[in-house]
Ligand binder design. Structure first.
Ligand code: BGC
Length: 782
């Protein structure tokens, strides 16, 4: 057991003006310190020592000091919202701030921490948060890319390394994982999550929390994670960021809430609210969400922070004046106000006039102090500010190697006709496209403290991997877009876009010339990183600008056309699928992007990634996801069949289904064998399937298991992912994969929102993606 109280007292005596027991009257506010209800926690936590310590501390706190703990300030750069906290130094000294974000390095963090610990009356340390989204300094592929590895060790490793670096860099709190289920590729933030599937998203959520928090939050190399955005942010209407969400409870429980719940069960320390409304009440003021569901039903015992100025934004949402919405959110279950300073401005007065109770403030304050305690900050506020550890840890060779490996594993081979890939390291390639030489885009959007100048461009990667035997004929071929306003906007937010002032005809002509002089074309096309992420919704999800025109001209040369895609969302790639000889989805692959992509292109790594989001044929099909319902008039493929659930101008099929991804080798599947055709609720069904590597390369395959509840009291999806295994098979090798199906896999929410299984017929599907499966039937008896 840790001796926090003693350690804190010693620290205060050694480094600070006043120990806790002797308040410094000079820094006191009008409200006199008084013992109050705060000396007893609302409910006992599992740690009586922590409870006692915090009760002691809170008994000494003034109302203003408690309110100060509820205030999270942005230190000044990298801001994502319209407001930046003012007078941060002064506010820290006054005890008006409980935590800061957007600053890092051990030196900067120590400076601010000293400011808090040495100057405030009770010497309470600050939290240091940051948006560590896909790596801190060593940048990994964007989260959507990490998810396409279908490898939970990879997911956890990326978060672990991010935590190692962030904690060495002065931080103790990361605003990740984002676990919002997203089925609309127009939404720019689909890039930040794990895709469309509930069960898969839940596995990723748990792995991320494990990676960040480890098993002991007080360790100097772990950080507190912050689950976001609670809740349903990914379901914004029309894929437009911050837009309304209105959803049935059944869908919410069944499809959207499980990843949040999984992260809570994995012990995530904090939760961030979302900007959207949920069925008429904005999430940030939604008592049902934050108190009844999150705390009472799921047992969450950490703290809730708002998203950036989300309390203030309740005013335009139409919920009342700033003061009113502040009170509303506190009562609904918010503990910490990010940047908005609504709590700071109004709560003291509201306690005085009786519109807010001090008990509500105590509750929130206690949760924030508990987080600090759990991080070991009272024991040592400078735990995360060791410069030597920073030097030894940040971007160490092992992490650089890891990101290259993780990046390779995240890539998805979408097409490979006539074995166009892998490429030979001899002869010549035409390397064209606006992303071919880009370094900035490699680390993607929201790349934490990553430095794009340290990222490897694809051109450099090809040189590194292929060596001097390969001639590269480079031409840019196209700008990202010809939309000047879009370029200005991207550059205003760090886009670093160099615009070629030649006409698109001139640029395309140059690329065609390069193609004609080469054996094969590698066209590196897609989005610039700033076209994805927050506030980057797109209504047209085809390749922007003249990039498709470029591909069309290249195609006419008759040379093999390899399309390397970089993008943060599913794109509509109908023409590209029909015309490219090979197509590799690389997302924005991180610090080692160029090397990792070249590893795949030249066969040093055989791609094994699988999509976690459906790719539509055209944007009009979205939202399009594999685990949809059947409808009463499912379309069976007969063109003349009019009264069916379908479009007149495009089929219901996606371009690439969920779970899809090719390899340089091929895998053949035997029929799935079931241990029984009928099980009771307490029995386990064993499913075995034989998978053979039937091609010419060693490779990895993601064997996927889906279930369908054929008859139930509520309509059920046509299939749902319930398990997968990623296996390694040498050329010619076979393996038997075994899955176990239990009653847990058969459960769903009924109309009373009870999580139940219902006896009856089930179908089971095993295959290489959600579409190409073999089925078997079984029954669940009473
Ligand atoms: C985003 C959050 C982020 C926060 C702090 C907001 O705009 O929605 O995901 O954590 O800013 O930077």
């Amino acid at each position: 057991m840790r001796k926090t109280s003693t350690a804190f007292a010693l620290l205060l005596l050694a480094g600070c003006a006043q120990p806790i027991a002797q308040p410094d009257t000079a820094t006191q506010t009008a409200t006199a310190p008084q013992a109050n209800a705060a000396s007893a926690p609302a409910s006992q936590s599992a740690d009586p020592e922590m409870d006692a310590f915090i009760s002691d501390l809170m008994a000494k706190m003034t109302l203003d000091e408690k309110i100060g703990q509820l205030n999270l300030a942005a230190v000044g750069f990298d801001v994502t919202g319209p407001v930046v906290s003012q007078n941060v130094d002064e506010n820290i000294r006054k005890g008006n701030i409980g935590g800061v974000f957007n600053t890092f390095t051990p030196v900067a963090a120590r400076k601010l921490q000293e400011m808090a610990v040495k100057n405030t009356r009770l010497h309470i340390p600050l939290l240091f948060g940051y948006d560590v989204i896909h790596g801190h300094r060593t940048i990994f592929p964007i989260p959507l890319g990490i998810s396409t590895s279908w490898d939970m060790d990879v997911v956890e490793r990326s978060a672990r390394i991010a935590a190692e670096e962030a904690s060495a860099d002065g931080l103790n709190w990361v605003f990740s994982p984002m676990v919002d289920i997203a089925r609309d590729p127009r939404w720019g933030r689909i890039a930040e999550g794990a895709g469309e599937d509930t069960w898969y998203g839940s596995q990723v959520a748990k792995a991320m929390v494990r990676g960040y928090q480890g098993t002991d939050l007080t360790k100097e190399n772990t950080v507190m994670a912050c689950l976001k955005h609670f809740a349903l942010y990914g379901a914004a209407e029309a894929g437009r960021d911050y837009n309304t969400v209105d959803m049935s409870m059944l869908r919410m429980y069944q499809e959207y809430l499980p990843p949040y719940k999984a992260a809570i069960e994995a012990g995530v320390g904090s939760v961030m609210t979302s900007f959207n409304e949920v069925n008429g009440v904005p999430a940030t003021a939604n008592k049902w969400l934050m108190t009844e569901l999150l705390r009472d039903e799921w047992g969450f015992d950490g703290f809730v922070v708002t998203d950036y100025t989300a309390i203030n934004e309740l005013v335009p949402h139409g919920l009342g004046t700033e003061a009113e919405v502040g009170a509303l959110t506190l009562k609904a279950g918010v503990d910490m106000d990010m940047v908005g300073e609504v709590f700071l401005k109004h709560l003291n007065q509201q306690v005085k006039d009786g519109s807010v109770s001090e008990a509500d403030i105590d509750k929130a304050c206690r949760r924030i102090l508990e987080a600090k305690y759990k991080l070991g900050l009272f024991e040592d506020p400078y735990r995360y500010t060791n410069e030597q550890r920073a030097t030894e840890t940040i971007m160490k060779p092992e992490f650089i190697e890891a990101t290259r490996d993780i990046a390779r594993k995240s890539m998805v081979l979408l097409k490979n006709s006539k074995q166009t890939l892998p490429l030979k390291k001899t002869g010549s390639i035409a390397l064209v496209g606006p992303l071919a030489k880009s370094q900035r885009d490699m680390i993607g959007n929201w790349s934490g403290a990553g430095d794009w100048k340290q990222a490897v461009s694809l051109e450099q990667g090809i040189r590194n991997v292929a060596g001097n035997g390969l001639k590269i004929n480079y031409a840019k071929g196209a700008n990202f877009t010809d939309d000047k306003q879009m370029i200005d906007r991207l550059n205003a937010h760090g886009g670093e876009l160099q615009i070629d002032t030649r006409t698109s005809q001139q640029m395309i002509a140059e690329a065609v010339k390069a193609a004609q002089a080469s054996d094969v074309i590698v066209a590196v096309v897609g989005e610039s990183q700033g076209m994805t992420g927050e506030a980057a919704s797109r209504a047209d999800i085809t390749l922007p600008g003249q990039q498709q025109e470029l591909l069309k001209a290249l195609k006419k040369t008759g040379k093999p056309l390899v399309v390397v895609l970089m993008n943060g969302r599913p794109l509509a790639l109908q023409w590209e699928e029909e015309n490219a000889d090979a197509m590799l989805e690389t997302w924005f692959a991180g610090t080692q992007a160029g090397n990792a992509i070249a590893d795949v292109l030249f066969g040093a790594y055989n791609p094994s990634g699988k999509l976690t989001t459906t790719f539509p044929q055209v944007v009009g099909q979205v939202p399009l996801y594999y685990n949809h319902k059947a409808t009463g008039r499912p379309y069976g493929g007969q063109m003349l069949d009019k009264y069916k659930s379908r479009y007149m101008d495009v089929s219901n099929e996606p371009l690439y289904p969920f779970g899809y991804g090719l390899s340089y080798t091929t895998f053949s599947y035997g029929k799935p064998q079931l241990s029984k055709t009928s099980i009771t609720p307490t029995e386990t069904l064993e499913v075995t399937v034989n998978v053979t590597n039937s091609g010419n390369f060693d490779g990895e395959e993601v064997v996927q298991l889906y279930l369908q509840d054929v008859h139930a009291s509520v309509t059920r999806p046509v299939k749902e992912l319930k398990n997968f295994q990623k296996i390694n098979l040498k050329k010619g090798e076979s393996k038997t994969v075994t899955f176990r199906v239990t009653q847990e896999d058969l459960k769903f929410y009924n109309t009373d929102l009870e999580y139940v299984y219902e006896p009856g017929a089930f179908k089971l599907y095993v295959g290489t993606n959600s579409r190409d499966v073999q089925e078997a039937d079984f029954t669940l008896t009473k």
